[in-house]
Design a protein around this ligand. Structure first.
Ligand SMILES: [Zn+2]
Length: 134
């Protein structure tokens, strides 16, 4: 049986600084370059959430997805400093960690098997994608 997926696009603007407390200043600069600037910087993040497209009797609904993403992702991360979010107390705010966090927030709240993939566009040239543990 064929399965069609649908992807919704969301946006939030947030500040961050790539910095690992365990590394020295030089090591942080080597790892993160200008993203380690102590003053931080911002991105206009685009979040792409892919779910199974279903008929009305199946339970992956775009309305439910929009509500969840707006409440749990956009309201939480829009116009904030990501480094101050408790989820990043021990994690660097890299695109890899952001996309995995968004997956981990949404996946348990959606019907089983509904969520297929989360993508995060951080800059013109950086796109991160996560589809859970396979
Ligand atoms: Zn950045």
């Amino acid at each position: 049986m064929s399965q069609v997926h649908v992807t919704r696009r969301y946006r939030f603007c947030a500040a961050h600084r790539l910095h690992a407390d365990l590394l020295s200043e030089e090591e942080n600069w080597a790892a993160f370059g200008k993203c380690n600037n102590p003053n931080g910087h911002g991105h206009n993040y685009v979040v792409l959430v892919t779910i199974k497209s279903g008929t009305a009797q199946e339970s992956c609904s775009l309305d439910q997805l929009d509500g969840l993403v707006n409440e749990r992702i956009i309201d939480r991360f829009d116009h904030v400093d990501l480094n101050r979010d408790p989820a990043f107390a021990e994690l660097t705010t890299t695109g890899e960690n952001i996309v995995k966090l968004i997956w981990d927030i949404l996946e348990p709240l959606l019907p089983n098997g509904c969520l297929q993939k989360v993508g995060v566009i951080e800059t013109r040239d950086n796109y991160f994608e996560y589809a859970g543990v396979t």
